[in-house]
Design a protein around this ligand. Structure first.
Ligand code: ATP
Ligand code: MG
Length: 181
């Protein structure tokens, strides 16, 4: 259970969205988590569409008591054409997210790539909206990923859209260990 002093806890409870085509959405959420754990917040990140392997952030989180990452995607990137297995794991990830939000144990809940899951139809945006509206007081929620649906953007308190100006991928530099994963 969260042990934050009331002056810190009482100011939490907004919904933040990091979306857009540019790089930096997941790392922005991880940067926020890094700041939050330093202040004693209990932080959990549920990763939609990401497998439990080979991400630097999983190694870091395992070293921090009040930061948990739950990678609940399949061991491959889901395709844009929804398959039954992708729907099932995404629905299970949403059920887990709901459980964590309602548990009252966490101060900051990050739903990584949930915007992508919604825009691909793997997760029902209405269900997510409903979950956000019913969340207990003073729990900050962050939703990351490209293609945040308009109703989610409308409901959120903070929305940042990453805009790609340059990305080294376009000159053949692929994902690098310690930088992209
Ligand atoms: P990061 O995890 O590095 O913060 P992100 O969460 O903004 O990136 P995603 O949309 O989740 O990016 O994409 C996953 C991967 O694609 C990341 O490794 C990221 O670096 C890479 N990527 C992001 N934007 C671009 C782009 N405009 N062109 C090519 N690759 C990109
Ligand atoms: Mg990302």
């Amino acid at each position: 259970m969260s042990n934050l002093p009331p002056d810190v806890k009482n100011k939490l409870g907004l919904v933040q969205v990091y979306t857009g085509e540019g790089k930096g959405k997941t790392t922005a959420a991880l940067g926020l988590a890094f700041r939050a754990v330093g202040r004693g917040l209990e932080v959990v990140m549920v990763q939609f569409l990401k497998p439990p392997e080979d991400y630097g952030e999983h190694i870091s989180a395992s070293r921090i008591d009040n930061f948990t990452i739950l990678p609940l995607g399949l061991d491959h990137m889901a395709s844009k054409v929804p398959r039954k297995e992708d729907m099932e794991v995404s629905e299970a990830a949403l059920a887990k997210a709901e459980e964590l939000i309602y548990s009252g144990k966490y101060d900051l809940v990050i739903l990584d790539e949930i915007n992508v899951a919604m825009s691909w139809g793997l997760v029902d945006a209405d269900k997510v909206l409903d979950m956000l509206k019913k969340r207990p007081a003073n729990i900050e929620v962050v939703l990351t990923g490209r293609g945040a649906p308009p109703p989610i953007i409308e409901y959120a308190d903070l929305v940042t859209e990453m805009r790609p100006v340059k990305h080294p991928f376009n000159k053949g530099v692929h994902a690098r260990k310690g930088i992209e994963f």
